[in-house]
Ligand binder design. Structure first.
Ligand SMILES: O=C(O)CCC(=O)C(=O)O
Length: 315
Protein backbone atom coordinates (compact mmCIF):
# COMPACT_ATOMS: atom_id res chain seq x y z
CA UNK A 1 0.00 0.00 0.00
CA UNK A 2 1.34 3.42 -0.84
CA UNK A 3 0.92 6.58 1.20
CA UNK A 4 -0.44 8.48 -1.76
CA UNK A 5 -4.17 9.13 -1.61
CA UNK A 6 -4.57 11.41 -4.54
CA UNK A 7 -2.73 12.88 -7.44
CA UNK A 8 -3.74 16.36 -6.36
CA UNK A 9 -0.60 18.12 -5.11
CA UNK A 10 -1.13 20.31 -2.07
CA UNK A 11 0.51 23.66 -1.69
CA UNK A 12 3.16 24.37 0.90
CA UNK A 13 1.16 27.32 2.19
CA UNK A 14 -1.81 25.02 2.84
CA UNK A 15 0.41 22.81 4.97
CA UNK A 16 1.69 25.83 6.86
CA UNK A 17 -1.89 26.92 7.55
CA UNK A 18 -2.76 23.47 8.86
CA UNK A 19 0.22 23.42 11.22
CA UNK A 20 -0.51 26.96 12.44
CA UNK A 21 -4.16 26.04 13.07
CA UNK A 22 -3.11 22.93 15.02
CA UNK A 23 -0.68 24.94 17.10
CA UNK A 24 -3.27 27.68 17.79
CA UNK A 25 -6.45 25.63 18.27
CA UNK A 26 -5.13 22.24 19.37
CA UNK A 27 -7.38 20.50 16.83
CA UNK A 28 -7.67 20.37 13.03
CA UNK A 29 -9.59 18.32 10.49
CA UNK A 30 -7.87 16.82 7.47
CA UNK A 31 -10.16 15.69 4.69
CA UNK A 32 -9.34 12.77 2.43
CA UNK A 33 -6.15 11.80 4.21
CA UNK A 34 -6.72 8.09 3.60
CA UNK A 35 -7.63 6.11 0.48
CA UNK A 36 -10.73 3.88 0.27
CA UNK A 37 -8.35 0.88 0.35
CA UNK A 38 -6.73 2.14 3.54
CA UNK A 39 -10.19 2.63 5.07
CA UNK A 40 -11.13 -0.89 4.07
CA UNK A 41 -8.00 -2.20 5.75
CA UNK A 42 -8.79 -0.27 8.92
CA UNK A 43 -12.44 -1.34 8.95
CA UNK A 44 -11.27 -4.96 8.79
CA UNK A 45 -8.87 -4.30 11.67
CA UNK A 46 -11.60 -2.80 13.84
CA UNK A 47 -14.02 -5.62 13.05
CA UNK A 48 -11.36 -8.21 13.93
CA UNK A 49 -10.69 -6.32 17.16
CA UNK A 50 -14.41 -6.20 18.01
CA UNK A 51 -14.74 -9.93 17.32
CA UNK A 52 -11.74 -10.68 19.57
CA UNK A 53 -11.23 -7.89 22.12
CA UNK A 54 -7.95 -7.91 24.03
CA UNK A 55 -7.81 -8.28 27.83
CA UNK A 56 -7.37 -4.49 27.86
CA UNK A 57 -10.80 -3.83 26.30
CA UNK A 58 -13.37 -1.87 28.31
CA UNK A 59 -17.11 -1.39 28.00
CA UNK A 60 -17.60 2.32 28.56
CA UNK A 61 -21.41 2.43 28.58
CA UNK A 62 -23.86 1.45 31.32
CA UNK A 63 -25.65 -1.89 31.30
CA UNK A 64 -28.99 -0.18 30.58
CA UNK A 65 -27.65 1.74 27.59
CA UNK A 66 -29.56 0.63 24.44
CA UNK A 67 -26.26 0.59 22.55
CA UNK A 68 -22.69 -0.22 23.51
CA UNK A 69 -19.54 1.87 23.82
CA UNK A 70 -16.51 -0.39 23.64
CA UNK A 71 -12.85 0.57 23.66
CA UNK A 72 -9.61 -1.34 23.27
CA UNK A 73 -5.99 -0.26 23.53
CA UNK A 74 -2.45 -1.06 22.40
CA UNK A 75 -3.24 -3.72 19.80
CA UNK A 76 -0.91 -2.76 16.96
CA UNK A 77 1.45 -5.65 17.61
CA UNK A 78 -1.31 -8.28 17.41
CA UNK A 79 -3.66 -6.76 14.86
CA UNK A 80 -1.99 -6.87 11.47
CA UNK A 81 -4.44 -4.42 9.88
CA UNK A 82 -3.80 -1.89 12.63
CA UNK A 83 -0.06 -2.31 12.24
CA UNK A 84 -0.17 -1.84 8.50
CA UNK A 85 -2.48 1.15 8.80
CA UNK A 86 -0.18 2.81 11.34
CA UNK A 87 3.07 1.98 9.57
CA UNK A 88 2.06 2.35 5.90
CA UNK A 89 -0.15 5.46 5.76
CA UNK A 90 1.01 9.09 6.07
CA UNK A 91 -0.09 9.26 9.73
CA UNK A 92 3.35 9.58 11.33
CA UNK A 93 4.54 12.12 8.81
CA UNK A 94 1.48 14.28 9.35
CA UNK A 95 1.92 13.98 13.12
CA UNK A 96 5.56 15.02 12.87
CA UNK A 97 4.67 18.12 10.90
CA UNK A 98 1.75 19.12 13.13
CA UNK A 99 3.88 18.69 16.27
CA UNK A 100 6.74 20.66 14.65
CA UNK A 101 8.91 17.76 15.69
CA UNK A 102 11.96 16.24 14.05
CA UNK A 103 10.56 12.78 14.61
CA UNK A 104 7.22 11.09 15.28
CA UNK A 105 7.07 8.14 17.62
CA UNK A 106 4.03 5.91 18.14
CA UNK A 107 2.65 6.09 21.67
CA UNK A 108 -0.39 3.82 21.38
CA UNK A 109 -3.50 2.89 19.43
CA UNK A 110 -7.04 3.12 20.80
CA UNK A 111 -10.23 1.74 19.25
CA UNK A 112 -13.49 3.46 20.23
CA UNK A 113 -16.74 2.04 18.86
CA UNK A 114 -20.22 3.32 19.67
CA UNK A 115 -22.74 0.80 18.36
CA UNK A 116 -26.17 1.90 17.08
CA UNK A 117 -28.31 3.55 19.71
CA UNK A 118 -25.48 4.24 22.17
CA UNK A 119 -26.58 7.05 24.47
CA UNK A 120 -23.37 7.23 26.44
CA UNK A 121 -21.61 10.57 26.06
CA UNK A 122 -17.87 10.78 26.23
CA UNK A 123 -17.50 13.56 28.81
CA UNK A 124 -15.21 16.55 28.36
CA UNK A 125 -11.63 15.68 29.28
CA UNK A 126 -7.97 16.05 28.36
CA UNK A 127 -6.01 12.88 27.51
CA UNK A 128 -2.48 13.56 28.70
CA UNK A 129 -3.25 13.53 32.45
CA UNK A 130 -4.30 9.85 32.06
CA UNK A 131 -1.04 8.98 30.29
CA UNK A 132 2.55 8.23 31.30
CA UNK A 133 4.22 11.10 29.45
CA UNK A 134 5.35 14.70 29.89
CA UNK A 135 6.02 17.04 26.97
CA UNK A 136 4.13 19.28 24.62
CA UNK A 137 4.95 17.76 21.24
CA UNK A 138 2.16 15.27 20.82
CA UNK A 139 -0.71 14.56 18.46
CA UNK A 140 -3.65 12.14 18.42
CA UNK A 141 -5.68 11.16 15.37
CA UNK A 142 -9.38 10.27 15.54
CA UNK A 143 -10.26 8.30 12.42
CA UNK A 144 -13.83 7.11 11.80
CA UNK A 145 -14.48 4.32 9.31
CA UNK A 146 -18.20 5.19 9.26
CA UNK A 147 -19.75 8.55 8.32
CA UNK A 148 -20.09 10.70 11.44
CA UNK A 149 -22.70 13.50 11.48
CA UNK A 150 -21.89 16.78 13.23
CA UNK A 151 -24.04 15.90 16.26
CA UNK A 152 -22.08 12.69 17.01
CA UNK A 153 -18.59 13.88 16.20
CA UNK A 154 -15.68 14.56 18.52
CA UNK A 155 -15.73 18.19 19.72
CA UNK A 156 -12.89 20.33 20.98
CA UNK A 157 -12.48 23.50 23.00
CA UNK A 158 -10.18 25.52 20.75
CA UNK A 159 -7.02 26.69 22.49
CA UNK A 160 -7.55 24.64 25.66
CA UNK A 161 -4.27 22.78 25.01
CA UNK A 162 -2.47 26.01 25.92
CA UNK A 163 -3.98 25.99 29.41
CA UNK A 164 -3.12 23.93 32.48
CA UNK A 165 -3.46 20.21 33.08
CA UNK A 166 -6.92 19.57 34.50
CA UNK A 167 -8.12 16.87 36.87
CA UNK A 168 -8.59 13.48 35.18
CA UNK A 169 -11.63 11.66 36.55
CA UNK A 170 -13.33 8.36 35.81
CA UNK A 171 -15.98 8.90 33.13
CA UNK A 172 -18.89 7.09 34.79
CA UNK A 173 -18.55 8.13 38.44
CA UNK A 174 -16.20 11.13 38.34
CA UNK A 175 -13.62 9.67 40.73
CA UNK A 176 -10.07 11.09 41.01
CA UNK A 177 -8.21 7.81 40.39
CA UNK A 178 -5.04 9.36 39.00
CA UNK A 179 -3.71 12.64 40.33
CA UNK A 180 -4.73 13.07 44.00
CA UNK A 181 -7.90 15.05 44.67
CA UNK A 182 -7.10 18.77 44.83
CA UNK A 183 -3.75 18.52 43.06
CA UNK A 184 -5.08 19.81 39.71
CA UNK A 185 -7.88 22.26 38.95
CA UNK A 186 -11.18 20.71 37.92
CA UNK A 187 -12.53 21.05 34.40
CA UNK A 188 -14.96 23.85 33.61
CA UNK A 189 -18.51 22.66 32.94
CA UNK A 190 -18.17 23.09 29.19
CA UNK A 191 -21.47 21.43 28.32
CA UNK A 192 -23.45 23.73 30.63
CA UNK A 193 -21.81 26.84 29.19
CA UNK A 194 -21.01 26.00 25.59
CA UNK A 195 -21.44 29.65 24.62
CA UNK A 196 -18.35 30.57 26.68
CA UNK A 197 -16.07 28.43 24.51
CA UNK A 198 -15.04 28.22 20.89
CA UNK A 199 -16.13 24.67 20.16
CA UNK A 200 -14.80 22.94 17.06
CA UNK A 201 -16.28 19.88 15.45
CA UNK A 202 -16.58 18.46 11.99
CA UNK A 203 -18.99 16.08 10.26
CA UNK A 204 -16.69 13.39 8.88
CA UNK A 205 -16.59 10.89 6.06
CA UNK A 206 -14.42 7.76 5.92
CA UNK A 207 -10.98 8.96 4.81
CA UNK A 208 -11.12 12.12 6.93
CA UNK A 209 -9.26 12.50 10.22
CA UNK A 210 -9.20 14.94 13.08
CA UNK A 211 -5.89 15.56 14.83
CA UNK A 212 -5.68 17.01 18.32
CA UNK A 213 -3.27 17.81 21.09
CA UNK A 214 -3.36 15.54 24.14
CA UNK A 215 -4.26 18.54 26.34
CA UNK A 216 -7.13 19.78 24.17
CA UNK A 217 -10.45 19.42 25.97
CA UNK A 218 -12.69 17.13 23.94
CA UNK A 219 -15.97 15.22 24.20
CA UNK A 220 -18.49 13.36 22.05
CA UNK A 221 -22.21 12.71 22.18
CA UNK A 222 -23.82 9.30 21.75
CA UNK A 223 -25.05 8.09 18.37
CA UNK A 224 -28.62 8.11 17.12
CA UNK A 225 -30.74 5.77 15.06
CA UNK A 226 -29.12 2.98 13.13
CA UNK A 227 -25.86 4.86 12.93
CA UNK A 228 -22.73 2.99 14.01
CA UNK A 229 -19.54 4.88 14.89
CA UNK A 230 -16.37 2.82 14.60
CA UNK A 231 -13.26 4.90 15.28
CA UNK A 232 -9.55 4.18 15.43
CA UNK A 233 -7.26 6.58 17.25
CA UNK A 234 -3.49 6.67 16.91
CA UNK A 235 -1.41 8.72 19.36
CA UNK A 236 2.01 10.10 18.46
CA UNK A 237 4.73 11.79 20.50
CA UNK A 238 7.57 14.06 19.41
CA UNK A 239 11.00 15.38 20.34
CA UNK A 240 10.31 16.82 23.80
CA UNK A 241 8.25 13.93 25.22
CA UNK A 242 9.70 11.98 28.14
CA UNK A 243 8.60 9.08 30.32
CA UNK A 244 6.57 10.00 33.42
CA UNK A 245 6.04 6.81 35.45
CA UNK A 246 3.13 7.29 37.85
CA UNK A 247 2.22 5.92 41.26
CA UNK A 248 -1.11 4.92 39.77
CA UNK A 249 -2.23 2.78 36.85
CA UNK A 250 -2.24 4.95 33.76
CA UNK A 251 -4.79 4.64 30.94
CA UNK A 252 -3.57 2.89 28.95
CA UNK A 253 -1.25 0.99 31.24
CA UNK A 254 2.25 -0.12 30.22
CA UNK A 255 2.99 -2.72 32.91
CA UNK A 256 6.67 -3.01 33.85
CA UNK A 257 7.78 -0.08 31.72
CA UNK A 258 9.15 1.83 34.70
CA UNK A 259 11.73 -0.97 35.18
CA UNK A 260 13.02 -0.41 31.66
CA UNK A 261 12.64 3.32 31.11
CA UNK A 262 13.60 5.77 33.87
CA UNK A 263 11.56 8.86 34.69
CA UNK A 264 12.54 11.73 32.40
CA UNK A 265 14.03 9.47 29.71
CA UNK A 266 13.11 9.77 26.06
CA UNK A 267 10.49 7.17 25.08
CA UNK A 268 13.17 5.11 23.39
CA UNK A 269 11.65 1.64 23.68
CA UNK A 270 10.36 -0.98 21.22
CA UNK A 271 6.81 -0.30 22.42
CA UNK A 272 7.14 3.19 20.97
CA UNK A 273 8.76 2.90 17.53
CA UNK A 274 9.90 5.98 15.64
CA UNK A 275 7.77 5.97 12.48
CA UNK A 276 8.92 9.17 10.83
CA UNK A 277 11.96 11.43 10.92
CA UNK A 278 12.56 14.74 9.19
CA UNK A 279 15.28 14.14 6.67
CA UNK A 280 17.11 17.37 7.35
CA UNK A 281 16.67 20.58 9.26
CA UNK A 282 15.57 22.28 6.08
CA UNK A 283 12.72 19.80 5.82
CA UNK A 284 11.30 20.40 9.23
CA UNK A 285 8.67 22.97 8.47
CA UNK A 286 10.54 24.74 5.72
CA UNK A 287 10.52 24.51 1.95
CA UNK A 288 11.19 21.23 0.24
CA UNK A 289 9.57 19.03 2.83
CA UNK A 290 8.78 15.39 2.14
CA UNK A 291 5.29 16.25 3.26
CA UNK A 292 4.75 18.73 0.46
CA UNK A 293 6.34 16.35 -2.02
CA UNK A 294 4.21 13.40 -1.02
CA UNK A 295 1.23 14.62 -3.03
CA UNK A 296 -1.24 13.39 -0.46
CA UNK A 297 -4.59 15.07 -0.29
CA UNK A 298 -4.70 17.46 2.61
CA UNK A 299 -7.90 19.39 2.61
CA UNK A 300 -8.29 21.43 5.73
CA UNK A 301 -11.74 20.87 7.16
CA UNK A 302 -13.80 23.99 7.29
CA UNK A 303 -14.31 24.95 10.89
CA UNK A 304 -17.93 24.21 11.51
CA UNK A 305 -17.39 24.89 15.19
CA UNK A 306 -19.79 27.78 15.05
CA UNK A 307 -22.22 25.35 13.38
CA UNK A 308 -19.52 26.66 15.10
CA UNK A 309 -9.84 4.49 30.12
CA UNK A 310 -7.73 1.03 33.59
CA UNK A 311 -6.59 -0.58 33.50
CA UNK A 312 -6.67 2.57 35.63
CA UNK A 313 -9.96 2.56 33.73
CA UNK A 314 -11.51 5.91 32.93
CA UNK A 315 -14.94 4.34 33.19
O1 LIG B 1 -14.57 8.53 20.62
C1 LIG B 1 -14.96 9.08 21.65
O2 LIG B 1 -16.15 9.10 21.99
C2 LIG B 1 -13.97 9.78 22.53
C3 LIG B 1 -12.62 9.89 21.92
C4 LIG B 1 -11.56 10.34 22.87
O3 LIG B 1 -11.81 10.77 23.97
C5 LIG B 1 -10.18 10.24 22.43
O4 LIG B 1 -9.93 9.78 21.30
O5 LIG B 1 -9.29 10.64 23.21
Amino acid sequence: MTAAASSIPQSFSLLQTLVADFQRDGAVCIRGLFTPAQMELLRGGIDANLAHPSPRAKVASRSDDPGLFIEDFCNWQENEAYRRFIFETPLAMVAGRLMRSRHARLHHDHMLTKESGTRQRTPWHQDQPYYNIEGRQNCSFWIPVDPVPRESTLEFVAGSHLGPWLMPRSFMDSQAKWFPEGSLADLPDVEAHRERHRILGWALQPGDAVCFHMLTLHAAAGVSGAQRRRVFSVRFIGDDVTHAPRHWVTSPDFPGLQDELPAGAAMDHPLFPVLWQAESASQNGTAGSRFAASRITLRIGKNRGAEPHANGSRR
